[in-house]
Design a binder for this molecule. Structure first.
Ligand SMILES: Nc1ncnc2c1ncn2[C@@H]1O[C@H](COP(=O)(O)OP(=O)(O)OP(=O)(O)O)[C@@H](O)[C@H]1O
Ligand SMILES: [Mg+2]
Length: 253
């Protein structure tokens, strides 16, 4: 046990607009934590701050006890944070399996020389990566489509492939930005099952951004509600959902 992510007083503004203002959160190892809020609340900006896309004006970010504030995206990824994007970002012209192997390559570096010369060590690594990629794809029911071009997958499966690719980097913390966006209710339910399965099978912590309050409340025990860049409510899901401020923000009264 212990804390996986600790965020203190995180803030950023874009030309006078406080997109994220004094954001604080503490997420336990192995937790599935929810971040919700209406359009423009600052949810994606929080992810961009956590992953070093933006540098905060103020605040600190600790991953598994280590200060990662202000570090570069690539270093943060190495430290153990992987994410998916609100708008799918795949290598559309590559087969499904290669999209996952891109994630694996981040970990399994073989020497450039053995790659160029195609030495036996290169082929051994390639074979290991193929097997690992297939194992990950099968978690998402995508192993049958391993050699299909990513762009030819139905939308719901592209979203799953994004998660598989993020997992390939073996993150400690996985950030999912509205993974069910654009999915039908059946696909959504299936995805939530898969996320639960990933949590039980992988040594991982998940922070999930969602729009749909009902969806998050069904799977996250704790959550934070953002509104206009600020924390509106935070804590146990059941309590947060009964908070009059939250009800007001969501019903727009
Ligand atoms: N790079 C940027 N430059 C200027 N403004 C930005 C930038 N990034 C985000 N913002 C602004 O910050 C606010 C929060 O945006 P953000 O994308 O984080 O919201 P969100 O909660 O993810 O919303 P949605 O549910 O629509 O995805 C918005 O007003 C947005 O216009
Ligand atoms: Mg967003």
């Amino acid at each position: 046990m212990g804390t996986m992510l600790e965020v203190n007083h995180l803030s950023i503004s874009f030309g006078g607009l406080a997109a994220v203002d004094d954001f604080n959160v503490s997420i336990e190892k192995g937790e599935l934590y929810g971040l919700i809020g209406p359009n423009g609340a600052g949810k994606t900006t929080v992810f961009n701050l956590l992953t070093g896309v933006y540098k905060p004006n103020e605040g600190k970010i600790f991953l598994d006890g280590k200060d990662i504030t202000g570090r570069r995206t690539i270093d943060i990824n190495k430290a153990g944070i992987a994410r998916t994007f609100q708008n799918i970002r795949l290598f559309h012209q590559l087969p499904v399996i290669d999209n996952v192997k891109v994630g694996l390559h981040n970990r399994h570096a073989y020497s450039t020389l053995s790659g160029i010369l195609r030495l036996p060590s290169y082929w051994t690594k390639e074979k290991e990566m193929d097997e690992e990629a297939m194992r990950l794809l099968s978690v998402f029911g995508l192993d049958q489509n391993a050699f299909t071009l990513a762009s030819n997958l139905p939308y719901g499966q592209q979203r799953k492939l994004e998660i598989a690719r993020a997992l390939a980097t073996k993150p400690k913390l996985l950030l999912l930005d509205e993974p069910a966006a654009g999915m039908n209710p059946n696909e959504t339910a299936e995805l939530m099952e898969t996320i639960r399965f990933v949590l039980s099978e992988f040594d991982i912590t998940v922070l999930l951004i969602e729009h749909d309050m009902k969806l998050v409340s069904g799977i996250c025990e704790r959550l934070t509600v953002l509104n206009f860049g600020r924390i509106l409510a935070q804590g146990e899901t059941a309590e947060v959902l009964h908070d009059p401020e939250v009800i007001k923000a969501y019903l727009g009264e």
